[in-house]
Ligand binder design. Structure first.
Ligand code: PMP
Length: 409
């Protein structure tokens, strides 16, 4: 039978639509200086919306220091890096940013990648492929970039139950003492907003002679007195072999990195194809990220204002009896538990209330745990919060969704 590429593609997409998993992107235009306000374009019309699901957690993507640094860099050095890091693409901004990130995590060195995804994929891929006999013990809820990096490495992978220390220990104990081991996990998990028991995992790593790899993508800039992440907040940075982060979420720009010993960083720099064979980040991006990291190292006001907003939204949801996961982070997953209702809520919030919250459905989260993932930021106002809660309360009644009895008014 002849293979028809386009028929193949459209059949696959039809199946995706039938399963309710076809992704639609909101066509958003962010407006400089007005975040969380944005313009949404839909079927020839446009409307103002308030964004409640951005990973620009602190609004740093529009911070004047960041914008100034980026404008200045474009004026001074131009647009692109002009090459890979090895061939003419390393600029002063890259070098300074790596030094700043190493300092942020109290590590000897840091290495930049074009995204957090690439940093996980390239680093885990390289460690797994190059360390003979390495076994990678991976938390069951690790991000796709870690999973793909481990898979690509060809190393043996052991999956342990999410945040389950007993299960992790059982797996560690079952491995021969001389086997090299790496425990890969995250601090703040993006969809549930729960936080790993980092100290206890490090204790197990010490007991069984394992290295540790911590993804702090949803924590850098947000936690710790200098924005060094949960490991900084808990005084654990020196116990981690590798800390990985992004410059694209709380830092508001783009790019990813690892921070570790000088030897490990030099090893990845020398062997990771995902680092070596790709054009370096534009210097303006590195300059913007540098300004953002430096600002959040000194300033507490964004973190404090964000915490206040998060508490306000949580308290409001409690008053309304709207179920949300009780976690210690800035991520508020409002549990809907039905993909069609989740999509409907999101659509009506947008069309009737000018509130944008992307529905999170399977396969991003397990079936039956569909949710609206809300990320309050310091740039949401008290009025924004009141509008959000009123709209959710109204829709909850309209859709006859269950309320949490003990918290209901
Ligand atoms: N790790 C985790 C846990 C993530 O959630 C993400 C992105 N959502 C990444 C890594 C990738 O980071 P980036 O967006 O910078 O590629």
């Amino acid at each position: 039978m002849t293979f028809h590429p386009d028929r193949f593609f459209s059949d696959a997409l039809t199946r995706l639509r039938e399963e309710g998993n076809y992704r639609r992107f909101a066509d958003l235009e962010r407006r400089c200086g007005q975040f969380p306000r944005a313009l949404e374009r839909c079927e020839g019309t446009s409307r103002d919306v308030t964004v409640w699901c951005s990973n620009d957690y602190l609004g740093m993507g529009q911070h004047p220091d960041v914008l100034y640094a980026m404008h200045r860099a474009v004026d001074e050095v131009g647009a692109g890096a002009g090459g890979t890091r090895n061939i003419s693409g390393t600029t002063r901004a890259h070098v300074e940013l790596e030094a700043e990130l190493a300092g942020l995590h109290d590590k000897e060195a840091a290495l930049l990648f074009t995204s957090g995804y690439v940093s996980n994929w390239a680093t885990l891929g390289t460690l797994g492929a190059r360390i003979p006999g390495l076994v990678i013990l991976s938390d069951a809820l690790n991000h796709a970039s870690m999973i793909e990096g481990i898979r690509h490495s060809g190393a043996r992978k052991v999956i342990w139950r999410h945040n389950d220390l007993a299960d992790l220990e059982a797996h560690l104990a079952a491995l021969p003492a001389e086997t090299p081991k790496l425990i890969a996990f995250e601090s703040v998990y993006s969809m549930d907003g729960d936080i790993a028991p980092i100290a206890e995992i490090c204790d197990l790593a010490d007991r069984y002679g394992a290295m540790t790899y911590l993804d702090e993508v949803h924590a850098v800039g947000l936690y710790g007195p200098r924005g060094g992440g949960v490991a900084e907040e808990r005084g654990l940075m020196d116990r981690l072999t590798v800390i990985e982060g992004t410059l694209g979420k709380a830092f508001g720009v783009m790019g990813g990195y690892i921070a570790a010993s000088a030897a490990l960083v030099d090893f990845i720099r020398s062997f990771a194809s995902g680092f070596i064979f790709t054009t370096a980040l534009p210097p303006a991006v590195a300059s913007g990220a540098l300004a953002s990291v430096r600002h959040l190292k000194m300033s507490q006001s964004e973190r404090a204002a964000q915490k206040a907003r998060v508490s306000q939204v949580r308290a409001g949801l409690d008053r309304l009896g709207i179920p949300h996961l009780d976690n210690p982070s800035h991520i508020i997953p409002v549990m809907v538990g039905d993909p069609v209702k989740c999509r409907y809520l999101s659509d009506v919030l947008m069309s009737r209330h000018g509130i944008y919250i992307q529905p999170i459905n399977y396969p991003t989260v397990p079936k039956g745990t569909e949710r609206l993932r809300i990320t309050p930021s310091p740039v949401h106002s008290g009025t924004d919060v009141a509008k959000l809660l009123a709209a959710l309360g109204e829709l909850w009644s309209q859709c006859q969704l269950a309320r949490v009895p003990q918290a209901a008014e």
